[in-house]
Write a protein that binds this ligand. Structure first.
Ligand code: ADP
Length: 488
């Protein structure tokens, strides 16, 4: 079975969010299951060529699709013990200048960005339709590569490759004026039937992917239901999704449990595991000192690591924390994105100096230190297709506080304490704190509940040990993907 992943992100070479984690880890597990899987991504300027040992394998390949005529260079490298082969496409005009995305939120915001990924999609198809290694399936991810099956129908009608498309986030669709997209290739509107499906004057790349691929997945079972049945989640694409509902499946994302492992994580001040979660305390003190907080073992430490966009519930954090200001707690927020969200979190740390610290930016080392130091981890999203941060937090013994939505709902269950044996033993069920309504009061209430739970040291330690042993690996979900590949 030969499968090619085509995506805009790949951890550790090019990461902005969870997409990179998924594209960087699912193939490793698939390889262990015997799939010959490889990955292709753009060779962005920010990728460290030396660190990742990129080798130039072919120079000056001319990509010809429609009116595009543009040269690319092909690089490759191998990642990890599994020796996962990764191809990188270099092209100065479209792919290899500047960062990964042009917007800080990672949401598509300009035609330059659309062009970047239309060109990348063209290059992938052109390259792999005539390559010594022939993928039977191309596994596409998000809007960036969603146009590949459309291009395949127009320009390579004879190739037998099947296309699987994974939607990681329906809120980021890649749309712009249809004339501009058609003009990029020199296409006429009537050349592909699905191009008739538009949103006003706009052509929506994600919608084109949904309509043209052989099979669709999204990243959690609950999100798959939400996007089919609730317009808020389908963000204008409900009709297209319902049309493909027989070919849509929600498969929960997993983690690379070797990378996200507190026992071996090289970023941590002190490694620990479920056998000695008390060492988390040392990581907490280290983190609080590092960020200039008033160090306290008695106060619980809340952590948040997020792209700062309307999706992630930043308003709840900004308004909720002042409501618990009389309680003893510490909080650390790390993120970057929309300026008003960055400001809202920075204002909090200004106002509550010593109690709240905010770091604006993308900082993978600090992120790991926060997972390790935090007692509780916040994911109060408006919508969340899967969410990886709550799973990473669980693995590091930071108890998640999440809104009941999407993948958060599939991975975090409310804590219940059941008394047994005449009340002598308390049995713990669940692994976190869950709230439903997107309301400041509800969020503040759950924060207070967590602070109160934290006071019971014995229960807190028991809960940490329990959640750190839960299984968030790819094992089960990778087998589901394998079954889909076989079906295709
Ligand atoms: P999304 O893909 O919507 O951004 P996920 O929860 O799926 O959210 O994944 C986010 C990933 O990105 C996690 O690995 C998280 O640790 C990482 N991350 C997010 N923001 C930052 C940041 N500012 N610095 C470092 N890592 C970050």
């Amino acid at each position: 079975m030969k499968v090619l992943f085509a995506a805009s992100e790949f951890s550790p070479l090019a990461k902005v969010g969870g997409l990179a984690d998924v594209v960087g880890s699912l193939p490793l597990t698939l390889k262990k299951l015997g799939v010959d899987v490889r990955v292709v991504l753009p060779k962005y300027e920010v990728i460290d060529e030396k660190k990742y040992n990129l080798k130039l394998v072919q120079e000056g390949i001319e990509v010809k699709i429609g009116k595009i005529k543009e040269k690319i260079n092909l690089f490759e490298t191998e990642i990890g013990q599994e020796k996962l082969k990764v191809y990188l496409v270099e092209n100065q005009k479209y792919l290899s200048q500047d960062g990964i995305y042009f917007e800080r939120t990672a949401f598509c915001g300009s035609f330059a960005e659309i062009q970047r990924f239309l060109f990348f999609s063209s290059a992938v198809l052109f390259l792999f339709s005539n390559f010594p290694w022939q993928p039977q399936i191309i596994h596409l991810h998000d809007w960036h590569t969603a146009f590949v099956p459309v291009l395949s129908k127009i320009y390579f009608p004879k190739i037998k490759t099947k296309f699987l498309y994974t939607i990681h986030n329906l809120a980021n669709q890649g749309r712009c004026n249809a004339k501009e997209i058609l003009g990029f290739f020199g296409l006429k509107g009537d050349e592909v039937p699905s191009l008739k499906e538009r949103q006003g004057e706009d052509l929506n790349l994600m919608q084109q992917g949904i309509l043209n691929v052989d099979f669709l997945t999204t990243v959690s079972p609950t999100y798959a239901e939400e996007i089919l049945f609730k317009s808020y989640f389908s963000r204008g694409l409900k009709k297209s999704l319902v049309y493909r509902r027989k070919d849509l499946k929600g498969i929960l994302n997993g983690l690379d449990t070797e990378v996200f492992n507190p026992a071996t994580d090289p970023c941590l001040y002190l490694n620990y595991s479920f056998k000695n979660p008390e060492l988390k305390k040392e990581n907490k003190i280290y983190l609080e000192k590092k960020l200039g907080l008033n160090v306290s073992e008695e106060a619980p430490l809340f952590g948040l690591i997020s792209r700062l966009t309307f999706q992630k519930g930043v308003e709840l954090v900004a308004k909720g924390f002042p409501k618990i200001q009389d309680f003893d707690f510490r909080a650390v927020f790390l993120g970057s994105g929309g300026p008003r969200y960055e400001k809202a979190l920075s204002d909090l740390s200004e106002k509550f100096k010593g109690k709240i610290a905010t770091k604006i930016g993308f900082d993978p080392k600090l992120a790991q230190e926060i997972y390790a130091g935090a007692d509780f981890f916040l994911v109060p999203s408006k919508f969340e297709p899967c969410g990886l941060t709550q799973m990473i937090a669980l693995r590091y013994g930071a108890i998640p506080i999440v809104r009941k939505v999407g993948g958060l709902s599939d991975t975090v269950k409310n804590i219940k304490i059941k008394k047994q044996f005449l009340g002598l033993i308390s049995k713990l069920e669940g692994n976190g704190f869950v709230f439903r309504e997107y309301e400041t009061e509800k969020f503040a209430k759950v924060l207070k509940k967590a602070i109160s739970f934290y006071q019971n040291k014995k229960l807190m330690s028991k809960l940490q040990k329990k959640v750190m042993r839960e299984d968030y690996s790819w094992e089960k979900s990778a087998r589901e993907y394998l079954r889909l590949y076989e079906k295709l």
